[in-house]
Design a protein around this ligand. Structure first.
Ligand code: SAM
Length: 253
């Protein structure tokens, strides 16, 4: 469960609302049993339940420490808005696979219409899905879900990442995989880069109709490298997951 950062440093943690209900009614936890709470910044604690009452679960902190479930590299997934509720799948599975953040965006062949004024509820829902998936996966953080960006805005943000990988089906068709690029990325990392330093990667995935050549050139001009994910054409909602699995493997997790 995710709690406010302040709570983890005290002796007690309190769950309320949906989290308290989930632990007491769904998980049927009782006094004396233990649960894990994270403060969302990568720290977590083990707590023993001392009281369940009035929609609250009170716990006594037994142990605190750094969460060990985060990937060695910080991976953000930029996903061109897919049709229907496929972005929910990308966020849920991507969170389980270790993504640190999601940036939905609109590109030339994005099929769905997006009206930010009408879509605030959808953004709330995506954020809720990220939180629930993070809890179920025992993540140390809840991945952020950004507001839907334009292609231009996305390109302008490339500089915030150590490396930007444009998943480009044309590279895939040629038989190119992610491995050489990830090995090159790993070899350029400073020696002994440990502690709180985490290299950052942005993985950019196109919509059902893919990227056109202009977009690939624009992304490269903005600093991205085009990469393939193998010879098979993956569904848009599958691509980020395949990339995350490869990155997790190559980073040594
Ligand atoms: N038409 C299918 C669909 O409806 O989902 C496939 C869409 S595929 C063109 C969507 C995106 O997934 C691409 O723009 C690319 O970012 C990524 N992708 C899929 N297969 C890939 C591959 N073999 N190599 C690199 N990227 C790939």
């Amino acid at each position: 469960y995710f709690i406010d950062p302040g709570q983890i440093d005290g002796d007690a943690v309190v769950l309320q609302g949906e989290d308290a209900r989930h632990l007491s009614a769904v998980m049927r936890a009782r006094t004396g049993e233990q649960f894990i709470a994270c403060d969302g910044s990568g720290r977590e604690c083990l707590a023993e339940i001392v009281n369940i009452e009035g929609g609250r679960v009170e716990g006594r902190v037994v142990r605190t420490g750094a969460s060990e479930s985060e990937m060695a590299w910080r991976v953000t997934v930029a996903q061109s808005l897919p049709k229907g509720d496929k972005l929910e799948t990308v966020i849920q599975k991507g969170t389980e696979a270790g993504a640190a953040a999601f940036l939905p965006f609109v590109s030339k062949r994005t099929v769905v219409q997006y009206d930010a004024r009408k879509e605030a509820k959808r953004l709330d829902r995506w954020r809720k899905i990220a939180k629930e998936a993070a809890e179920q996966a025992h993540r140390g953080i809840v991945p952020e879900v950004g507001e839907v960006a334009t292609w231009k805005e996305l390109l302008a943000g490339f500089g915030r990442f150590d490396r930007v990988l444009l998943c480009y089906e044309e590279e895939g068709r040629k038989g190119a995989g992610l491995k050489p690029e990830l090995e090159a990325f790993a070899s350029r990392l400073p020696e002994g880069a440990e502690g709180s330093f985490r290299p950052s990667l942005l993985v950019v995935v196109g919509p059902e109709g893919g990227f056109d050549e202009d977009e690939a050139r624009q992304a490269e001009a903005a600093g991205a490298v085009s990469v393939g994910l193998g010879r098979r054409i993956l569904r848009t909602e599958t691509a980020a997951l395949v990339a995350l699995a490869a990155i997790g493997y190559e980073s040594g997790e």
